[in-house]
Design a protein around this ligand. Structure first.
Ligand SMILES: Nc1nc2c(c(=O)[nH]1)N[C@H]1C(S)=C(S)[C@@H](COP(=O)(O)OP(=O)(O)OC[C@H]3O[C@@H](n4cnc5c(=O)[nH]c(N)nc54)[C@H](O)[C@@H]3O)O[C@H]1N2
Ligand SMILES: Nc1nc2c(c(=O)[nH]1)N[C@H]1C(S)=C(S)[C@@H](COP(=O)(O)OP(=O)(O)OC[C@H]3O[C@@H](n4cnc5c(=O)[nH]c(N)nc54)[C@H](O)[C@@H]3O)O[C@H]1N2
Ligand code: SF4
Ligand SMILES: [Mo]
Length: 889
């Protein structure tokens, strides 16, 4: 690739380096130390997400296009007015781990140093807050001790509440390659679900939800019983051991929901292997006991001295590409910039002095869940939401949407329309990935450059600039007169030097004087980088020789009392939520990629076969979930990957992609008392079959929208390689099927195809089988190309969707397409398994039948699994199933 720009991926915390061109070609950067050239399916599809359709290109005030001056004047005036009348705590920012460090720094400086409130919180509260709190309790600072290399050097990797194969796929590939090179290396997965990460594991512990602390306490007690403690490390570097052990001994291992044999197998592996990395994520953090879970894990590493050495340590992997950067700048309501503390007077003075600011917040601000509650209570008079979609992603999402609507003045900065922008008084168009510049920090503390390779579209502006322009209008122009991200970076680096001098871990003051040119050319590096050159690290890691950040330099072990098991009430299921491989959060970007839409195309709920049988559910049924006042309509996916009594639903679908597919209205999300992080993985819900009069499938070349809830019980839209497709369930049999099809497909015209307005018309052909209740409608244009398709049935439509949608735009006779199956000359590739190369299930099964006996052979035959490798667990399962079938025959 010539003229490629070296940048980084805007999705997950692995922080892969990407080479990108103005034409949207992307590939992994072979020189980036996070990925060495690899990309996952989402990274590889970035080029499909940079188009300008649906982008916000102009500011809007009250849904009308406005000039930047008018919009910014209004924002400054309304924030000023609220602060003057109701005080600084009457305004709030809700920001995001997907902001660049420079944007984030400016937002935090404006709120904490100039407005003088700490009411700035971030979606990282839903994500990393328990890890941050756990780190601070144990280490005295929010420090991640190790690096990615440790995962490769370990002899045992434990994934605790992490579906690494889908959520940090390039790290999982690195782990997978290390295991192939050293087959003696072991993998244990602790997850109530048998996730894709668990498929090839040596041990999968299907723990009871929130059973984690009981398991780690059992391990700690066993470590002590077997004399496997590192007495020297404990004596020199750790406080609190006796109490932690007493609490561990007092807790009941059975509360983990695991058998004595499973616990013993885990203890044997963990205790018997010195090089252990315990990598954890949202199954640990997103819990009302999240911080305790984090400390229960860290306890075991401290007790054995397995921390900060090659191949050893607790490892909290970050979710968003700049979740770590947000922690550095103090984006959380209870932190100050550069890992300094709000509650510490010396820290506050240092920051205020450095900023030369008129004021500084003196106490922590509202944490995300409380912040939106304060909106409901009328305590927040002006709110600014930047780079996040809380109407979808917060627990009690319906109440949150009502809370945002109730705030007298709401500003939203985004790149596209979302469920949250629909609630804004002022809408500000931001620059997106490819257009913006700055830095991000990944899970191993590695700071990388994000660089622009596309021009700014329309009137969109960088988030740091929008924030600075508002600050200037509020009277603080001098402190926010940045001429670019390099300027902001230097200021942040200089402040970190003060933090370093105050004994904090985050210090990159060596870069405080870099030139614009050096910033431009900056290569990825891991912090700290103090100006003194005296690094606190040993071989690139923290804490091998102690050096913790509590005043006495010692770490703390915590006494952890696990929660008593709380089974769901009769008739209810434990509701677990999370991610799928090919979508990112609320789908505002990955939802634009046809390739990524093919893996799991609908909002679904996983349920155990035993529970499905009890409720007389069949594969493909649509179900209604309810909790309190809220409901969701999802496709049921019957699988023994989940435990009986527990269900799992993805967080991705919103009002823009589904009729009732948002799961978060049903998630109550009580918060962890230490971190304030909501328990997004632990709701309860009732579930029943959704009785619909008919089910439908439609496909078209033009954008489709989810149908309205008044007439449709279920609906979901997704991009396809030929356009869009839609699944739906109607409440009543319509009078006129062709009119229904036209409405769903957004096609104007009457039955004979005469156009009205400027929408595409189409000549309709209809085939009906009244005895079986089947209806099929096809629309062709004047050139006899298929424009739209609609299939309806009294049961979920049986149809090879990939094949049917694949005919859109082609010349195919009505009779042929209305037959609904792939004719012999057009093989149906089946559901997409490999999203990178768009390889379908049928193609893969054919290759297995033709003799492919392992994933590598399948890759050679079909290319499946040869890019990001995230589908490899599924490929291996398919091969194993084929072997089992062959053995049975
Ligand atoms: N494809 C994709 N990748 C992503 C993202 C995305 O949206 N899509 N988002 C990114 C972000 S921001 C984040 S935070 C990360 C999240 O990455 P992960 O944390 O790996 O992902 P999740 O699917 O949220 O949850 C992980 C697992 O926790 C399990 N779990 C639920 N309850 C418990 C429990 O009580 N104990 C244990 N041990 N496990 C439990 C769930 O069954 C689930 O499999 O992913 C990042 N990467
Ligand atoms: N049930 C359930 N809920 C969850 C979770 C779960 O596991 N289960 N996980 C939680 C976690 S860990 C997370 S991190 C959150 C994520 O939740 P959100 O942050 O709400 O999700 P995103 O879709 O990533 O929202 C990012 C928004 O920023 C916009 N955007 C993209 N780039 C830019 C930019 O450069 N500037 C601006 N201004 N806007 C931009 C996007 O269009 C999008 O609307 O969800 C949380 N919610
Ligand atoms: S693993 Fe995938 S999503 Fe994460 S940074 Fe790398 S390419 Fe992006
Ligand atoms: Mo996250």
């Amino acid at each position: 690739m010539t003229d490629a720009v070296c940048t980084s991926c805007p999705y997950c915390g692995v922080g892969c380096g990407v080479l990108a061109t103005t034409t949207g070609e992307v590939r992994g950067d072979p020189d980036h130390p996070a990925n060495f050239g690899r990309l996952c399916s989402k990274g590889a599809a970035l080029g499909e997400t940079i188009g300008l359709e649906e982008r916000l290109l102009h500011p809007e005030v009250g849904s009308r296009r406005a000039s930047w001056d008018a919009a910014l004047d209004l924002v400054a005036a309304r924030f000023d007015e609220a602060i003057r009348t109701h005080g600084p705590d009457s305004v709030a920012f809700y920001v995001s781990g997907q902001l660049l460090t420079e944007d984030y720094y400016v937002a935090n400086k404006l709120m904490k140093g100039f407005i003088g409130s700490a009411n700035i919180d971030t979606n990282s509260r839903l994500c990393m807050a328990s890890s941050v709190a756990g780190h601070k309790r144990a280490f005295g600072a929010d420090t991640v001790p190790g690096t990615y290399e440790d995962i490769e050097l370990a002899d045992l990797v434990v994934l605790a509440g992490s579906n690494l194969a889908w959520c940090h796929p390039v790290l999982f590939q690195r782990l997978d390659e290390a295991r192939k090179a050293r087959p003696e290396m072991k993998l244990v997965v602790i997850d109530p679900r048998r996730s894709a990460s668990a498929e090839g594991a040596d041990l999968h512990l299907a723990i009871r939800p929130d059973g984690d602390a009981a398991l780690w306490n059992a391990l700690l007690a066993e470590i002590a019983r077997r004399g496997a403690l590192d007495e020297g490390y404990l004596r020199r570097h750790v406080q609190g051991f006796d109490d932690a052990l007493a609490a561990a001994r007092a807790s009941d291992p059975a509360a983990s929901g695991l058998s004595a044999e499973e616990i013993a197998a885990f203890c044997n592996m963990w205790i018997g292997t010195r090089r252990v990395v315990t990598l954890y994520s949202q199954g640990v953090n997103q819990s009302a006991h999240g911080t305790d879970k984090v400390n229960a894990i860290i306890n075991c590493h401290l007790a054995t001295g397995r921390i900060g050495r090659p191949g050893m340590g607790p490892f909290s992997v970050t979710g968003q590409h700049n979740a770590m950067g947000g922690r550095e700048v103090g984006g959380l309501a209870n932190m100050l910039a550069c890992h300094l503390d709000i509650e510490n007077g010396a820290h506050r003075d240092a920051v205020r002095n450095f900023w030369q600011s008129p004021t500084i917040c003196t106490r922590p601000g509202l944490k995300a869940v409380d912040l939106f509650r304060a909106c409901t209570e009328g305590k927040i008079r002006a709110l600014w939401v930047i780079c996040t979609n809380p109407a979808v992603s917060l627990p009690r999402a319906d109440a949150v949407a009502r809370a945002i609507a109730a705030v007298p003045f709401t500003v939203v900065s985004d790149i596209t329309r979302t469920d949250t922008t629909a609630l804004a008084d002022v809408l500000l168009p931001a620059l997106a990935w490819g257009e913006k510049s700055g830095t991000v920090t990944n899970s191993e503390r590695r700071i990388s450059r994000m660089r622009a390779f596309l021009p700014a579209p329309g009137e969109a502006r960088a988030d740091w600039r929008i924030l600075s322009d508002v600050a200037a209008r509020m009277g603080w122009g001098k402190a926010f007169s940045y001429d670019g991200p390099a300027d902001i970076f230097r200021e942040h680096a200089a402040l970190s030097g003060l933090a370093g001098a105050l004994g904090r871990d985050f210090d990159i003051s060596a870069l405080a004087r870099i030139s614009d040119g050096e910033y431009e050319a900056m290569k990825p590096f891991c912090w700290p980088r103090p100006a003194s050159g005296q690094s606190p690290l040993t071989a690139g890691r923290f804490f091998a020789e102690g050096g913790f950040y509590h005043p006495d330099g010692q770490a703390r072990m915590l006494a952890i009392t696990p929660p008593a098991p709380r089974p769901a009430a009769p008739g209810r299921f434990h509701l677990n939520t999370g991610r799928i491989r090919d979508q990112w959060h609320t789908m505002t970007r990955t939802g634009r990629s046809p390739r990524l839409g093919q893996h799991l195309a609908e909002p679904f709920v996983e349920m155990h076969p035993q529970d499905a049988t009890a409720l007389s559910l069949e594969p493909g049924d649509v179900v209604r979930l309810s909790a309190g006042e809220s409901t969701a309509a999802l496709r049921v996916l019957i699988t023994d990957r989940v435990r009986p009594g527990e269900i799992f639903a993805p967080m991705h679908w919103s009002g823009r992609t589904a009729t009732a597919g948002r799961i978060n209205p049903l998630v109550p999300g009580p918060t962890d008392p230490v971190s304030g992080q909501p328990a997004l993985k632990h709701g309860t819900a009732r579930l029943e079959r959704l009785e619909a009069a008919w089910f439908g499938f439609a496909a078209a070349a033009t954008p489709l929208a989810p149908p309205p809830e008044a007439t449709y019980a279920y609906g979901a839209v997704i991009r396809t390689p030929t356009g869009w497709s839609l699944e739906c369930a109607g409440r009543e049999i319509p009078q006129d099927w062709i009119a229904t099809a036209r409405a769903l497909l957004g096609m104007s015209g009457n039955a004979s195809g005469e156009a009205s307005a400027d929408m595409p018309a189409g000549t309709a052909s209809i085939a009906e089988d009244p005895a079986r209740g089947l209806v099929r409608v096809a629309f062709h244009d004047d050139a006899e190309r298929l424009q739209g398709l609609f299939f309806a049935a009294p049961h979920p439509v049986r149809l090879a969707r990939g094949f049917a949608a694949g005919q859109i735009g082609r010349r195919i006779a009505a009779a042929q397409i209305l037959a609904g199956r792939a004719p012999a000359d057009l093989p149906d590739p089946g559901r997409t398994v490999c999203a990178c190369f768009n390889v379908g299930l049928n193609t893969i099964c054919a290759a297995i039948r033709a003799g492919a006996t392992d994933a590598a052979a399948l890759g050679r035959a079909t290319a499946a699994g040869t890019n990001c490798g995230a589908c490899k667990p599924e490929l291996e399962t398919l091969i194993a199933n084929a072997r089992l079938r062959a053995a049975a025959e």
